[in-house]
Design a protein around this ligand. Structure first.
Ligand SMILES: *Cc1c(COP(=O)(O)O)cnc(C)c1O
Length: 491
């Protein structure tokens, strides 16, 4: 038996088998480009689960058969982020070269835990950390690692902030009176989750209300003043560059100055929006990234990499080293006094994929100009949708797009006059209609969008993460939604 299997391993490693996988992927790129087929699936989780509910296979099967099943049973009912009518979540239509790189990364299987497990990938990761932190305006003392995404990046940065606030926390815990974290109310849940995970207690996280979807800087100041008057310490102020709901940028210049004056750790969650640093016309806020002491930045968002590719940067590499002040003699051999090249000392993870290699490939393929042009293109697509809505009376926007995200709502005919939303009952009707519209539209398979709640009311939401989406598609989206809404209204 083992001899047969060893022979199969060799056959599987051949170009012939590799080409079958490449062919499936290329067919997927091609069919989605022409917008063929459904964007997502109309099927329920139960129906899909039945498809895969079978006995654990005892014997193997030929690759060709499994690939055929992959296309039929898996890919056909998957979300097609490459379909130009997919305008839903912040999951990218990944750059094709980074997709092809995935198999190279898997083949080489370098682990970023320690340099000796990844001699070239580790030094490349340091190089990319240097590039991105320079872009962010950090000094040469900066450090960072790639992460599984923004959630881990935010957690890691806040862990570092906790260590700075409570230097003996690793030994003694957070104590009876842990410090406070002050964050914008629109912050991603990764921030409040980290507060919970770090053991400082949810009560020690204070949300700052927003004005126009950005952290209200005046309210931030009064919260910080109150904490100071009460003799409380502040572990971190967390601002956002590119909020999840509306893609808005907090006023990082003002917040940065306030934190500098008071000596507070400013962490910026730029998971979505830090890539604006590449833009030819970035929002003025991104200049303020240089004030931060730590930054979360997801290349798997606006740099269009496939999952997973996240990044955490600190303006001083030692902040990350102290965040994980652990000894592990079987892995980490260096003396504490020297700078450690092993990234495992700075990472939540031990074994870690060399995701940095697909980023390195993309950076060379497109350069900062190409990456910036793609960023601007996606933002421009959101702008096209905004303008298309402004020209019609059956939708209204909730904000101007600051990046590639736009929230809007449908208005039934009677609500299009000056006295729209006149009464509570009217508002409820519009809310119910918009709540129902998204699942009904998405089920049809001709497009796919997402939704959120703004100011307590349900709204439709799109994020443009696919360079193939253009003017015709945003018009088709509005026409499709309007037709579906009219159908719902007719009952
Ligand atoms: C996507 C996102 C996160 C979470 O990042 P993951 O990569 O999904 O873990 C956090 N914050 C913001 C602002 C995001 O856009």
């Amino acid at each position: 038996m083992i001899d047969d299997i060893l022979a199969e391993l060799e056959a599987d490693a051949s170009l012939d088998v590799g080409e079958q996988f490449a062919a499936v992927t290329a067919r997927y790129f091609e069919s989605t480009r022409v917008g063929a087929g459904q964007v997502s699936t109309p099927r329920s989780p139960e129906e899909l689960a039945r498809r895969f509910d079978e006995r654990f296979p005892e014997n193997g099967r030929p690759v060709r058969d499994i690939i055929a099943r992959l296309e039929r049973d898996v890919m056909a009912d998957a979300n097609k982020y490459y379909h130009p009518m997919y305008m839903g979540h912040q999951t990218s239509a990944p750059l094709p070269v980074s997709v092809w790189m995935e198999s190279v990364i898997g083949a080489m299987n370098q682990s970023l835990a320690v340099w000796e497990m990844s001699p070239t990938a580790t030094v490349i990761e340091h190089q990319i950390v240097k590039w991105l932190s320079t872009l962010a305006g950090y000094p040469t003392s900066a450090g960072g690692t790639m992460t599984s995404g923004g959630t881990e990046a935010n957690f890691t940065a806040m862990l570092a902030a906790r260590n700075a606030a409570i230097p003996d926390v690793w030994e003694n815990g957070v104590g009876d009176d842990p410090p406070y974290v002050v964050y914008g109310e629109h912050a991603h849940y990764a921030v409040t989750r980290a507060i919970g995970q770090l053991g400082i207690g949810r009560k020690h996280g204070i949300p700052v209300p927003s004005g126009n979807f950005r952290m209200d800087v005046g309210k931030l100041v009064s919260i910080l003043d109150t904490l100071r008057e009460q003799g409380k310490s502040v572990m971190a102020v967390v601002a956002t560059a590119g909020t999840t709901a509306t893609g808005s940028f907090d006023d990082l210049e003002s917040i940065g100055e306030i934190c500098a004056e008071r000596g507070h750790w400013l962490h910026v969650d730029g998971a979505h929006g830090a890539s604006a640093l590449f833009s030819s016309n970035p929002p003025s806020a991104v200049n303020g990234l240089r004030h931060s002491r730590s930054l979360a930045w997801d290349p798997h968002k606006m740099m269009l990499l496939p999952l997973a590719a996240g990044m955490v940067l600190t303006r001083d590499e030692r902040d990350l080293d102290f965040a994980f002040a652990q000894q592990a003699p079987y892995l980490f051999h260096a003396e504490k006094t020297e700078r450690v090249i092993d990234q495992g000392v700075r990472s939540f993870q031990c074994s870690r994929r060399a995701d940095v290699l697909k980023l390195w490939f993309v950076i060379q393929r497109f350069g900062s100009r190409g990456i910036g042009a793609l960023y601007d293109h996606l933002c421009n697509t959101a702008r096209l949708l905004f303008e298309a809505i402004e020209e019609r009376d059956d939708f209204e926007t909730l904000h101007e797009p600051e990046s590639n995200i736009l929230c809007f709502r449908y208005l039934p005919a009677w609500a299009r006059s000056g006295e729209r939303d006149a009464s509570d009952a009217d508002r409820k009707h519009v809310d119910a209609l918009n709540r129902e519209l998204r699942p009904r539209y998405n089920r049809e398979g001709t497009g796919w969008i997402t939704a959120t709640v703004l100011g307590g009311r349900p709204v439709l939401r799109v994020t443009m993460m696919n360079p193939r989406t253009g003017a015709a598609h945003v018009r088709a989206l509005l026409d499709g939604l309007a037709a579906k809404a009219a159908e719902i209204e007719r009952g």
